[in-house]
Design a protein around this ligand. Structure first.
Ligand SMILES: Nc1nc2c(c(=O)[nH]1)N[C@H]1C(S)=C(S)[C@@H](COP(=O)(O)O)O[C@H]1N2
Ligand SMILES: [Mo]
Length: 334
C-alpha cells in the first residue's frame, strides 16, 4: 500500500497490500466448494451460495504482513523485502467462522483447526498447499470471519476469491485466502506455516516463538512532496498537519506521539477508533521551520506496549514495529 493511502479510513481495494507465497489460483466459483471435516459430527460441503445464505456480518479490519519492515532490519533477512507498505484496512463481509463450526458439531476431542488454501508451491523443500492452523479457542473468537466480500464487492482474485479467512488482530499469515478446506483436529496443528515459518528465531537453530498478533505500530502519511530518487519529503515553512494511522493486535490505541528530533515527543490528536479491529487516525499540527528533519511517530496501546526505536532482529525478519523515520526538508522562506 503506498503510504499516502494512509489518508483513507478504509483502503480502496486496489491500494491494499497483497502478499502471496505461491501463485494466485484461478478459481471457477461455480465449481468451488468448502469442506468442513475432521473431528466433527457432520462433514459439511458448502458452495458459495450456501455460505452467502448464512448469517451475514461485516467488520473493518486492519491487516499487516508479519514481514512489514523486514527490509529495514540490518542485516536484511532474505524474503519479501517490504519497507513499510505491507498494511491495509478493508471492510470484510462474510459469515462468522464460529457459526459454521457450530453447524458441523465440534467433537469434544477437538484441539485445533486447520485452514487450507487452493494455492500450492514448494517451501522448505516440500510441495504443499498454503495451510495455517489456529487453536480451537482462537478459531472460536466471534470476530473471525469467512469473508466473501471486500469493501462491498466480491473478493478480488488477489485477496482470496471466492472465500478467505479473516483473523482480526493477527498478522496477515493467519488469514488464509482461497479457502477450500477446514479441518478440526484432535491434536495441535503442526503444518509448515505454523511450525517452521512465522517463528521469531534469533539464530537458525533457535526453534523460536510463534509470530501471532500484530505488534503496536504507527505510520505517517508522507507530508509535502517527494523528491524522485532519494524520496525525501519537501515542505514549505508554516503550519502543516501531520497525520497517519496506528494499530495493535493487543488492544486499542491510546496514544500516538510525534517527534521532529528523535528525542522530544509530543502527543498527537486521536480520532475515534472506527472499529475495535482497525487502525486509528492520528494528527498533529507541526510548525515547519526551514531545515532538515527526521519526523517520527510512536504509538502506545491499551496494554501499555509502546513502539520501540529499534525492533529485535530475527532470522525471518518479522514484526519490525520500530518507529518510522521520515526525512523531510523544509525550504527556506523567501
Ligand atoms: N492461501 C493463502 N493465504 C494467504 C497467503 C498465501 O500465500 N496463500 N499469504 C498470507 C499472508 S503472509 C498475508 S500477509 C496475507 C495477505 O493478505 P492480502 O494479500 O489480502 O493483503 O494473506 C495470507 N493468506
Ligand atoms: Mo504476510
Amino acid at each position: 500500500m503506498p503510504l499516502e493511502a494512509l489518508r483513507h479510513d478504509v483502503t480502496p481495494a486496489g491500494l491494499h497490500y497483497v502478499l502471496v507465497h505461491y501463485d494466485i489460483p484461478f478459481v471457477d466459483a461455480d465449481a468451488w466448494q468448502l469442506t468442513v471435516g475432521g473431528v466433527v459430527q457432520r462433514t459439511l460441503t458448502l458452495d458459495l451460495e450456501a455460505i452467502r445464505s448464512l448469517p451475514r456480518s461485516s467488520m473493518v479490519v486492519t491487516l499487516e504482513c508479519a514481514g512489514n519492515g523486514r527490509a529495514l532490519y540490518d542485516p536484511r533477512p532474505v524474503s519479501q523485502p517490504w519497507l513499510l507498505e505491507a498494511v491495509g484496512t478493508a471492510e470484510w463481509t462474510g459469515t462468522p467462522l464460529r457459526s459454521v463450526l457450530a453447524q458441523s458439531g465440534i467433537d469434544e476431542r477437538a484441539m485445533s483447526v486447520a485452514f487450507e488454501g487452493l494455492d500450492r508451491g514448494v517451501e522448505g523443500e516440500t510441495e504443499q498447499n498454503y495451510e495455517r492452523g489456529l487453536t480451537l479457542e482462537d478459531a472460536l473468537d466471534g470476530d473471525v470471519l469467512l469473508a466473501y466480500e471486500m469493501n462491498g464487492a466480491p473478493l478480488p482474485p488477489q485477496h482470496g476469491y471466492p472465500l478467505r479467512l479473516v483473523v482480526p488482530g493477527w498478522y496477515g499469515m493467519a488469514s488464509v485466502k482461497w479457502l477450500s478446506r477446514i479441518e478440526v483436529l484432535d491434536h495441535p496443528f503442526e503444518g509448515y506455516q505454523n511450525q517452521v515459518s512465522y517463528r521469531r528465531r534469533l539464530t537458525e537453530d533457535d526453534p523460536g516463538r510463534p509470530v501471532e498478533r500484530m505488534q503496536v505500530r504507527s505510520l505517517m502519511a508522507p507530508p509535502g512532496h517527494p523528491a524522485f530518487l532519494p524520496r525525501t519529503r519537501h515542505l514549505m515553512p508554516g503550519r502543516v498537519t501531520l497525520e497517519g494511522r496506528a494499530w495493535s493486535g493487543a488492544g486499542a490505541i491510546t496514544r500516538v506521539e510525534v517527534s521532529d528530533d528523535g528525542s522530544t515527543w509530543s502527543d498527537s490528536m486521536l480520532d475515534p477508533q472506527v472499529s475495535a479491529r482497525a487502525w486509528r487516525r492520528w494528527s498533529f499540527e507541526w510548525e515547519a521551520r526551514p531545515g532538515s528533519y527526521e519526523l517520527s511517530s510512536r504509538a502506545t496501546d491499551a496494554t501499555g506496549a509502546m513502539q520501540p526505536t529499534t525492533a529485535e532482529w530475527n532470522v525471518g525478519g518479522y514484526a519490525n514495529n520500530a518507529s518510522q523515520r521520515v526525512p523531510v526538508v523544509v525550504a527556506p522562506a523567501d
